[in-house]
Structures are given as C-alpha cells and as structure tokens.
Ligand binder design. Sequence first.
Ligand code: RIB
Ligand code: CA
Length: 314
Amino acid sequence: MDIKKIPVIMDVDTGIDDAVAIMLAMSSDKIDLKGITVVAGNQTLEKTLHNTLSVVEYFGRSDIPVAAGADRPLVKELYVDPATHGESGLGTAKLPQPTIKPHALDAVSFLRETLEKSEDKITLVPVAPLTNIALLLTCYPHVKEKIEKIVMMGGGAFEGNMNAVSEFNMFVDPEAAQIVFDSGVDIVMCGLDVTMKSYTTMEDILALKATDTKAGDFCAEAFGVYYDRYVSNSRLPGCAVHDAVTITYLLHPEWIKTEKANVKMDIDGAETYGQTVCDFRPDRDKTNDNALVCLDIDREKFVNLLIKACEYYK
Ligand code: RIB
Ligand code: CA
C-alpha cells in the first residue's frame, strides 16, 4: 500500500540547522517537499538564498523549486546572526557553488500559486522569521483553507535566546509572527522548550561523520563552530539542531511532548518585545487556543533519525 505523503512547503533562512532540516525532509519518503521559500534571517537574503540553492543541489534534489522572499522584516531593520551561522550562513561548511536558479516567482506568489493549485492541503514548515508567511496570509487570506497546518520552529514558552524571553525567529520579525499566530491557522510551535533539548553532542557529531556520507560530512563540517558556540554559550553538552525538530514532528509526533495553549506575540513590551506569551492555565478560555506547543523530545531517537537521514545520501 502506498504511503500517503505529507505535502510540505518549507520556509527557511539557511542557516546551519535549516540545512539539516532540509536534508532531513528531502531524505524522507513520507514527505512530498513541493518547494522551499527563502527569507532573510540568519544571514541576508542573498546568502540564505545562495545557501538554500547550494544545499538542494548538493543533496541531489534540484527538482525542488526554491523561491526568494522578503529581504527584511515587516517593520524592524534586519538583524542577522553571523556569530552563530558564520559570514556565509553555513558555518565552516563549504558547498559547491549552485548552478540551479531560483524559481521565477517570488516566495509569496509561489506559496499562493502552489496552495491554490494543490488538490490536497499543504503543511507549511517555516523555520525562520515569519515575514513570508505573514505576507502570504495578509495578501491572500483565501489560501488559509488550503493550509493543513503551520509547523514552525520559533518562540519559546519558558525561554529565549536573543534575550530572556524572545527567540531569534520571533525577535527578527515579531509583527510577522503576530499575524501568523492571530491568523486562525492551526499551529504547532517547535520552540526553544523542545529544540534546546534537541542537541547533538560531539559523540553524535562523530557518529554523523562516521556514516561516511556527503550528508554526514556536511553536518560535521557545518557543526564545527556551531557546536563550540553552543557549548560555550549555553548549558548544553552539544549544539541545538532547532529546525530539524519540525520535520521530526511531522515524521514522528509520538516522540514529542506537546500541550495546547493560547499563544500571543508581544510587539510593544519594553523588555518583552518578541516574546511568545503562552497561556497554559487550566482555567483559560480554551476556545482561544491557537497552538500546540512542543515541550520535550526523545533526543536519542531524534539523533538516530538524523544519522539514518545521512545514510540516505550514501
Ligand atoms: O532560534 C533558532 C532559530 O533561529 C533557528 O531557526 C535558526 O536557524 C535561526 O533561524
Ligand atoms: Ca532557521
């Protein structure tokens, strides 16, 4: 019996962990990756687009359309993160220059057209600032009926990484995030609560390398300075592969602990601008719940999934 594939469009700011998430999605026979849209975030749009094209071509999936989107947030100035992802956006990994070109349509037009033409509802997997997704939902609200759900990497119920309360993807474009959380589309929020538990230790990185595959080699190279930064800057014994948790949720939701909540974006707090305020109170008005918040993961199974994905690229 044919497995019914999950139709997916990813939205990325490639980035080291974005690249791993894309590699994981492309390795799965359960996912029909219909396209990848790109936004500025970890690095400028020029670099995140270049990196995404490089990753798709390097892993042999030049058939997957890549469309360029917003080069800056809706309101704020762009904030990039070379300290974490390097000047290139892919850390110390060196990929061949891409020969493939971006799709003729811009990201929002590509999203709109693909959603309108699809017979099935499509799951959107944004792992970046939500600028493209917010523009889509604002300009073309009718496409909401063709979105199965949004499985995002972003936010945090109980922690931040840009400050005490704000996570990078939300911090870069809080106004876009507010539009998405208030859109009425079903959301699965893979925030820092789960992604900071989704780390690869040096032992795990060596196991990825030991697959002796182009994917394992890529991870080992890209994780170089990324690992050092995480181990020196956080309490983790490894580097958080944030974005790959979204694809892991799609493939194995049973590995991830979730809780329903009402999530609101703070876009005007002096100290809390960019916070995802998650209301889990038992006596809240649950009719306002708009997200399934991910809180924990079976880390060993997560790492083994990444290793298995690398072996796909033998
Ligand atoms: O906070 C982590 C998120 O910010 C990840 O998506 C990473 O790629 C960066 O975009
Ligand atoms: Ca990202």
